[in-house]
Ligand binder design. Structure first.
Ligand code: SIN
Length: 313
């Protein structure tokens, strides 16, 4: 049987990291090694698939910006449009992997497998996890069962769906958790036709005891077109925030209630969302709700028709 052709896009991360000798191995720098070096460290790879690769970024993923998401999206869209390429693997830092994965989940077309992977240990660690994760990601991207699942992630050699995974721990190989099994995943791609040449600014505002309302006005003054409120409990809006939220709404800023707890935040259940003109996140965590809101705003430009795009994200 002919081999699948899997294209690898590298963006940096610990999978390409090297320890900082001055720190006695405690600290490391992400995104040092090239994609070719990472591929050469996995001898069995060529037996699984024909591999091509490109290095588009070399970042610690804490520094990835929406402009970088757009670069990754452009490269991913053009690779997936190539009939010779059967699937895509994206190497990425673990800190914001769930954000890039969900952004691509909403903005890439359904069909060919797209699998993100990374590592919790740098490439020069004696028990580096990157090579096994890269091999597992290429295997999954070459596997028919990964088709029409939307964007997937492999960490600790375990697949996850972009919609449901999150980084749950700062250290350890089992850093990622999912609320549902990846087999249940469905493609989304509802924004795959949107020309996202620029993403509007959407800020996340954390709710906590005594959280100040001034940050709302500051975000609007800085140009935010949307605000995701990462609120306490069931998405409970502090009374002290109401005047500033009203001002923001009058300025045309979309307001979305989310929770810092695991969801759901149910529309009209804990606030008069329709009367206020607020959106709700369901069970999407705030960083993913922000991505959905950015894409919805990029797609139609108006806060008022967002409900057509956001339900059941
Ligand atoms: C990063 O996110 O780039 C650094 C941390 C990691 O990859 O585990």
């Amino acid at each position: 049987m002919a081999h699948s052709r899997i294209h690898i896009i590298a963006t940096g991360g610990t999978i390409a990291g090297e320890a900082d000798p001055a720190s006695g191995g405690v600290r490391y720098t992400a995104g040092v090694r090239s994609v070719d070096t990472l591929i050469a460290a996995v001898p069995g790879l060529a037996e699984v698939a024909d591999i091509s690769a490109e290095q588009i970024l070399a970042l610690d993923s804490k520094d990835i910006t929406p402009a970088d998401w757009l670069l990754i999206l452009t490269c991913a869209r053009s690779s997936l449009a190539d009939p010779a390429i059967d699937g895509l693997v994206i190497l990425h830092g673990t800190d914001t992997m769930e954000e890039t994965a969900y952004f691509l989940h909403l903005s890439l077309p359904a069909g060919k497998p797209v699998v993100l992977t990374g590592a919790m240990r740098p490439a020069d660690h004696p028990q580096a996890d990157g090579p096994a994760n890269l091999l597992a990601a290429v295997r999954l991207a070459a596997d028919d069962t990964a088709q029409d699942k939307g964007v997937l992630v492999v960490m600790n050699q375990t697949p996850h769906a972009a919609r449901w995974l999150g980084k749950a721990r700062t250290t350890g190989l089992e850093a990622f958790e999912s609320s549902r099994p990846w087999h249940d995943a469905r493609p989304d791609g509802r924004f795959h036709e949107v020309d996202v040449s620029a993403l509007p600014r959407v800020n996340i505002l954390p709710g906590y005891a005594g959280a100040p309302a001034e940050l709302i006005d500051a975000c609007v003054a800085a140009g935010a077109r949307g605000l995701v409120l990462a609120l306490t409990g069931h998405g409970s809006v502090p009374a002290a925030w109401l005047p500033a939220l009203r001002r923001a709404k009058e300025d045309g800023v979309a307001i979305l209630r989310a929770s810092r707890c695991a969801g759901p935040v149910i529309h009209n259940a804990n606030a008069d969302d329709d009367a206020q003109g607020w959106l709700t996140a369901g069970d999407l965590p705030p960083p993913k709700a922000r991505i959905a809101l950015m894409l919805a705003l990029a797609g139609n430009g108006s806060g008022d028709t967002l409900h057509a795009h956001l339900p059941e994200l």
